[in-house]
Design a protein around this ligand. Sequence first.
Ligand code: AMP
Length: 172
Amino acid sequence: MQHIRNAIRNVPDFPKPGIDFKDITPLLASGSLFKEVIDAFADRHHKNNIDVVVGIEARGFIFASALAYALGAGTCLIRKPGKLPHTVHRQTYELEYGTDAVEIHLDAFQCGQRILIIDDVLATGGTVAATAQLISSHFDVEIVELNFLMELDFLNGREKLPGQPIFSLLNY
Ligand code: AMP
């Protein structure tokens, strides 16, 4: 995994001072590394009968769609407010200052489907916790696992996700 880690660029003070941004564009630009990442998730789930891979806007879409293709699953978009065209369910969540929200189409899943949620980074956990809450409060589906390319351990995002199965390919 060190070669994958080497392809993730640290950009200090982006988008604001004090944030060490994990830039995945060098990894995405490498056909072999991107394939290796998707294959790692696909190997993990190939026997898990995943019906739908859920991607969180925006970089989560990249991983969700490739992984869904690899698994022969569908994919579903979790978006920021006002982006989805059809009727939505919405879940708000707290930010350091103010609130944000995530939305999903109200017909995103069928009853009993097995769902995998994926994003590039688990940071404070607020976004994925809201996503999991959004799904579990409106749909009768099983969330098999929450997956991340990388997890920023020092932000303790897992504390917002008690009892939920989490897997991260890399830890920082
Ligand atoms: P959070 O809700 O704090 O877990 O933040 C999750 C979202 O913010 C993810 O969708 C990430 O893409 C993005 N994000 C948060 N922190 C970083 C970071 N240091 N580098 C890159 N993306 C980040």
